[in-house]
Design a protein around this ligand. Structure first.
Ligand SMILES: [Zn+2]
Ligand SMILES: [Zn+2]
Length: 400
């Protein structure tokens, strides 16, 4: 099959009506993280219709894993799509816009699921000519940001029996042109940590600041001081973001408040920098507060790990996609993004790669997580072909 340009794209295009219908069905009834009940039912029903056996992993986890096994031995590849939507009120005007007020598939997970069903249909149809096995992993709670759905799926054995050798996934990307696939070896997405800093000073009249530490001033010093991590601690060629997103304190212009609460995020793409960040921030914040006589409590929580694409696996996928789409439809991403993805959890277990499925058109204004984000149908065809060609490409690597 290699060398046959658009082999899978042609087949995916023939099933465009089904891809559209799946996408519309998911899009119409979005569900938030850890509430993907109807979505799970729809996936199970679609897989049953395609003749693909599937299983679930407990009532509290709304994932589904379908399995396509060939008669011939070969590597086992997991293909993953995420399932959850976002708390956003839709403004796309699409004929199948969300029927649930305040909830929307604004991150393209409806597209990801439709593409994975499409890939399942193609793999199932060609089962006799393929080798090894393919696991279709429908994963809930990607947007959850902390525990996510990937980790519990792995803990409950989604990558066992048969044991998964490689993993592939994709995410719609408004920074990549429609018809193009973005790829990157090594670190591709950030580890997003979260912190809350409570600064306690001495409340009093605004006219007598000398009577105790002023929590507002201490908080201001902390906000400024944290940026030294970016400018003076990490290596300048290693991207880091430190953002204080909320500042809460005070009731009136002439009262010094007792407490100011800051919350923010730290994003790193290097495991060592990630490990260093929490320690440094805790020490720095305590020192600033102590130097001004204020008390401070710090809560620091790590989210998903850094997403690291395996170099060899990525190369095999890039080769397979070049053979499918032509080289000019692939673009190497120069820098990691500072967003996060719990696809990183799978890549901690097995080699594989996460791709950017281009959806940008000349008229597209919105990016994902916005109320008007709406990828075109063509992405369904390309995304389906990408998963199939990429998964088969991964199988050219050494199995276990
Ligand atoms: Zn998202
Ligand atoms: Zn997403």
């Amino acid at each position: 099959m290699p060398g046959d340009l658009h082999r899978w794209t042609r087949e995916a295009r023939r099933q465009l009506p089904a891809l559209r219908a799946w996408r519309a069905d998911f899009h119409r009834d979005p569900e938030l993280s850890n509430h993907e009940v109807r979505t799970q039912e729809k996936v199970l029903r679609a897989l049953a219709t395609l003749g693909i056996p599937a299983r679930t992993y407990g009532k509290d986890l709304h994932g589904v894993v379908g399995l396509i096994e060939s008669e011939r031995t070969g590597p086992v590849v997991a293909l993953r799509a995420d399932m959850d939507a976002l708390p956003i009120t839709e403004e796309t005007g699409a004929p199948f816009a969300s029927r649930t007020a305040g909830t929307m598939h604004a991150c393209g997970h409806d597209v990801h699921m439709a593409c994975l069903l499409g890939a399942g249909a193609l793999l199932r149809r060609n089962q006799g000519r393929l080798r090894g096995a393919f696991k279709l992993v429908f994963q809930p709670a990607e947007e959850d940001g902390h525990r996510g759905g990937a980790l519990p799926l792995l803990e409950r054995g989604a990558f066992d029996h048969p044991h998964v050798d490689y993993v592939i996934g994709q995410h719609v990307a408004s920074e990549v042109a429609l018809g193009t696939i973005g790829w990157k070896k090594g670190a591709m997405m950030a580890a997003p940590d979260e912190f809350e800093i409570r600064v306690r000073g001495s409340p009093g009249h605004a006219s007598t600041p000398h009577q105790g530490p002023d929590a507002v001033l201490v908080a201001a010093e902390i906000i400024t001081g944290l940026q030294a991590f970016v400018s003076r601690v990490r290596n300048p060629v290693d991207p880091v973001v430190v953002t204080v997103g909320t500042v809460h304190g005070g009731t009136r212009h002439n009262i010094i408040p007792r407490e100011v609460v800051l919350t923010g995020t730290v994003r790193t793409v290097d495991a060592k920098t990630h490990a260093m960040a929490e320690q440094w921030i805790r020490r720095r914040v305590r020192l600033i507060a102590a130097s001004m006589g204020a008390q401070v409590t710090i809560r620091y929580r790590s989210g998903y790990p850094v997403l690291v694409n395996d170099a060899d696996a990525t190369q095999r996928v890039v080769d397979a996609l070049s053979a499918e789409f032509g080289q000019d439809h692939l673009t190497e991403l120069k820098h990691p993004g500072m967003g996060a993805e719990d696809f990183a959890r799978y890549l901690e277990r097995v080699p594989g790669t996460f791709l950017r499925l281009g959806v940008r058109t000349p008229t597209m204004r919105a990016s994902s997580h916005s109320s008007t984000f709406f990828p075109a149908d063509q992405a369904l065809v390309i995304g389906t072909a990408t998963l199939v060609a990429g998964a088969i490409g991964l199988q050219t690597g050494p199995g276990r």
